[in-house]
Design a protein around this ligand. Sequence first.
Ligand code: 5AD
Ligand code: SF4
Length: 449
Amino acid sequence: MRKNSVFIETYGCQMNLADTEVVLSILAANGYDVANDIQSADVVLINTCSIRENAEQRIYGRLGNLKRYKEKNKNMVVGVLGCMAERLRKDLVEDKKIVDMVVGPDEYRRLPEFIDMAFDGEKGIGVRLSRVETYDDIMPFREDGLQAWISVMRGCDKFCTFCVVPFTRGRERSRSLRSIVNEVKELSARGFREITLLGQNVNSYQEGDSDFADLLSACAQVDHSMRFRFSTSHPQDISEKLLRTIAEHKNLCNYIHLPVQAGSNRILDLMNRTYTIEHYLTIIDKAREIIPGVSFSTDIISGFPTETWEDHLATLDVMQKVRYDGAYMFKYSPREGTKAYKMEDDVPEEVKGKRLQEIIDLQHKISFEVNQELIDKEEIVLVEGLSKKSDKFFAGRTDSNKMVIFPLNDYVVRGDYVKVKITRATTATLFGDFIEITEKYMHNELKTA
Ligand code: 5AD
Ligand code: SF4
């Protein structure tokens, strides 16, 4: 008998990408094949994001598109997973006839059951949130490659007043350190070279006596030729121990994504971010003192309720003080059910747009300047392959996640760490000359042979 096949489209953050791999693993264990395209799939799943209104609008548009596939293949099952499933629940199956099932982030183990129900013509809804589910025992389904992510904790207890995540992903819970380290070992044996540890708030990782610094340190020791990143950090939970751990291990990237959200203490308080801008800047100073050369990226929201021109200037000011390598910048989007939703969304759309543009322009200027400072410096680059724009160049990333392009040569292969001298820089890319290979890529089995 032909196996059923599944196709998944993923929207939103890296957590969703990691969840999609868990979903594929659960379905593969239940006899499903992965389809290469929608046309040949029996089951089409959309893993969704609710973080801002425009994310949801995009997904509604996509569900509209799927109609024509379902008209051709009447037996096709369409399921909505992730944050929108959790937020909208039965409204989704009622409003969108094309949707056969709605399954939230903590109910993926029951997917085979919901899919069977859908094949029988019943509309399944599974949206219970769990205090314990971490999918700890499930080895995510991954294609071979250099880069992988590992989800280390789920949910968020911070309740920033603008954010829907605590409602769609539930309470914080951590995976066991042992199973994470085992996953790292497996990825190392398969030849992966870079791992990003993921969670909505990785710094509140806690398992027994082990905190996030302990976890990072345990991962770093598995394979010194693998490098590690992590995301996302809340300023409240960044400890000195964590900073020292990053400094101690060469293969922990000197790069911290530390969302600031806003520069005004009044707005930070309304956002329930639990720090002042002075405290935030102290963390940045301390990190720079403990980890020489560390760089930062951030998230910024423009136009939060009651934001004045002075508040906006305070955001520009903190950007200038920190000089982030990069930033994700957004217009405030009211989310139903959050505390901020009850505040009046009183910054006019046009003003939000103008302020956001100023923030984006300033960040571009800073990124450009920060990159110019790297000219004539040497950077270690993990080679990812040929440049997308030209097969006469290699492309790879620095420890601070910057793309580096350098001319092709006969000695380097994908997966090597190489030293490159930077000769030119734009806002987003560095260009340089190859100096030497610092660590040659070898599959681990070969290394130990
Ligand atoms: N409006 C705009 N941006 C938001 N974010 C979270 N919620 C909202 C919202 N309601 C941003 C924050 C967060 C990032 C993942 O998305 O900056 O850090
Ligand atoms: Fe949302 Fe704040 Fe939690 Fe980040 S820390 S997921 S912004 S509530």
